[in-house]
Ligand binder design. Sequence first.
Ligand code: SF4
Length: 242
Amino acid sequence: SAYLPSQEDTDNDRQLGLYHIGIQKKWPDIENIRLIWHYLAFDRELVSYRTPEAISKLIQNTKSLIDEIEATHDFPPRESRLCEWCEYPDLCPLRKHFIKVETMPVNEYLNEPGVALVNKYVALKDEAKKVDQETEKVKAAILDYARREEVEIIKGSDYKARVRFDEKLRFPGKNDEERQELDEVIKQAGKWAEVSQLDTTSLTHIVENSLWSKDLIDKIMNYGRIEETNSVSISKLKEERK
Ligand code: SF4
């Protein structure tokens, strides 16, 4: 490995702890089990000892993990460096399209519906980005024109543009320095309830990660519902994957 773990990592390493349990089971008379990781690249040996308490905690945690795995029906794929050694890329939803198209001749490849859709989506997104940038420039020019000519409506061939210069009251944003001070002023005045409302993004995070008691989360879940969502995100392929 290119990474040398700390003593704390070594003492918490599950694999070493499981070796301890295995050795203890096979040779019950052995005392003082010394667990050693050999890090050849660093010319270091990392030694760990486990107390009976640490071993019973590991057994408990491992049993809960086994229960959790056995109760799970959904196994979403998790991409990692280990994918390079995976024997099931042709079944994996993250890899199987690569496998499907990698041996296709160029013509067939470019007409494959998935490849064609992604290429079209990327081209349209690029185009939309350019149009957005151009639109912002034209909007700034319209505002300039209206100021210069002192007009509020500018006539085009088929449309007209109405220009308004208004003033808007703004307060410090969530991450601005003064925000905390502002919150305090309102709280101390006893007016917080009039201007605050539930942050459902934080609530979702709390519920999904079970950060509150089960009782409370169960009550809250009477109002929650699972909705299907979707997204398409684009990222550039690494050279070797093209
Ligand atoms: S390629 Fe294999 S290891 Fe990687 S996410 Fe898919 S199934 Fe898991």
